[in-house]
Design a protein. Structure first.
Length: 353
């Protein structure tokens, strides 16, 4: 082959190879791995909030993170494999403070559609949920536990209890059970005396906590199968059980209102596509779509005006006016503070004793 012809052929092959490489890169950028809690919650995130992925040409892959420890392990492994992670605000702030997250691109993500309190440099709120008391409605048909004082009252409301073993919400519940007004909870938890008070109260109920659950699926099974009579549980999980025919009640009174965030782990391989998906998740249609799948409340309140959320459904959501005022908004700043981190470490030791 003449040199000129060979040279032209080489350029063509190189161009084709480059094109193939670019195509592979473009495809990789459109394959986003979402790590969530699993079960009904993850289905609602993937099919509801992120339901626009396919029309956007983005392939979704799923994994489970197992909580904050799982996120930390994935990032510190040296090869991050997740692009989007959803967790409660308290853990999101802890992840941000620990340098585990990418900064969000608010040129791509239109955060003006939601309350500024839900917008942080490295994470953004996408829906709300509440951790309150779920109980066996058959056993407590005549008088049901309504608040944390009732949860602690084993004489008036006898039976087995279950609580969350990863830390969030437990100390707040203990203080409210001890008579602390919701508005004063985090002021007290910021002091050694307040933390000590919470643990003293927690020691009272510990003999009656038959299970410290570690996953939402486990928690749902415990109350559905009657292994416990009341449990600290997210309202959406309780709602899913009711939808399946379980006789479960739920109380928003003194529930811990949490905002769930989406965040992009440090070193995420497909961060650009993840940013686009976060923006799509804040659309009213996506917010409403999720709220019809699971009883978690929209952060974009225009979702309530979309006509897609029936009034009966809206009344069961944490951000509904009749529910919002009964709850305590969690403080991500406390959880990421030295006092909060130390208290969670102390709680882990307390559970193991």
């Amino acid at each position: 082959m003449p040199f000129a012809a060979f040279n032209r052929a080489s350029r063509i092959l190189i161009t084709l190879g480059l094109g193939t490489a670019l195509s592979a890169t473009a495809f990789a950028q459109k394959a986003v791995t979402v790590a969530g809690w699993g079960g009904d919650s993850q289905d609602a995130v993937v099919k509801g909030l992120l339901g626009a992925a396919k029309p956007m040409g983005i392939e979704l892959r799923e994994d489970r993170h197992g909580g904050f420890a799982g996120l930390k392990a994935n990032v510190t492994s040296g090869k991050t494999t997740w692009d989007l992670v959803d967790m409660g605000f308290s853990r999101c702030e802890q992840a941000a403070a620990g340098g585990l997250l990418e900064k969000l691109d608010y040129k791509v993500i239109d955060a003006k559609r939601i309350d500024p309190a839900y917008v942080r440099p490295s994470y953004v709120g996408v829906f709300s949920f509440s951790y309150g008391i779920a109980y066996d409605a058959r056993k407590f048909a005549s008088a049901a536990p309504a608040n944390w004082k009732d949860f602690w009252d084993v004489k008036k409301f006898p039976g087995k209890r279950a609580m969350f073993n990863q830390g969030p919400y437990v100390l707040e519940a203990a203080l409210m059970a001890d008579g602390v007004a919701p508005a004063d909870v985090y002021r007290l938890l910021a002091t050694p005396a307040g933390v000590d008070r919470a643990f003293r109260k927690l020691a009272e109920i510990k003999p009656h906590v038959s299970v410290w659950w570690s996953s939402s699926g486990q928690a749902m099974q415990l109350i559905r199968d009657g292994e416990v009579d009341m449990i600290m549980l997210a309202n959406g999980r309780a709602g899913a059980l009711v939808d399946d025919g379980a006789k479960i009640g739920f109380s928003f009174d003194q529930a811990l209102l949490e905002i769930e965030c989406l965040m992009v782990p440090k070193g995420a391989p497909n961060a650009a596509s993840a940013m686009r998906l976060i923006d799509a998740a804040l659309e009213p249609q996506a917010q409403a779509r999720m709220a019809t799948m699971i009883e978690y409340g929209p952060v974009n309140l225009k979702a309530y005006d979309s006509g897609a959320i029936p009034a009966q459904r809206a009344a069961k959501l944490p951000t509904a006016p009749q529910n919002l005022g009964k709850q305590l908004m969690t403080s991500p700043e406390w959880y990421s503070s030295p006092q909060g981190i130390a208290a969670m470490e102390q709680l882990a030791r307390f559970i193991q004793k």
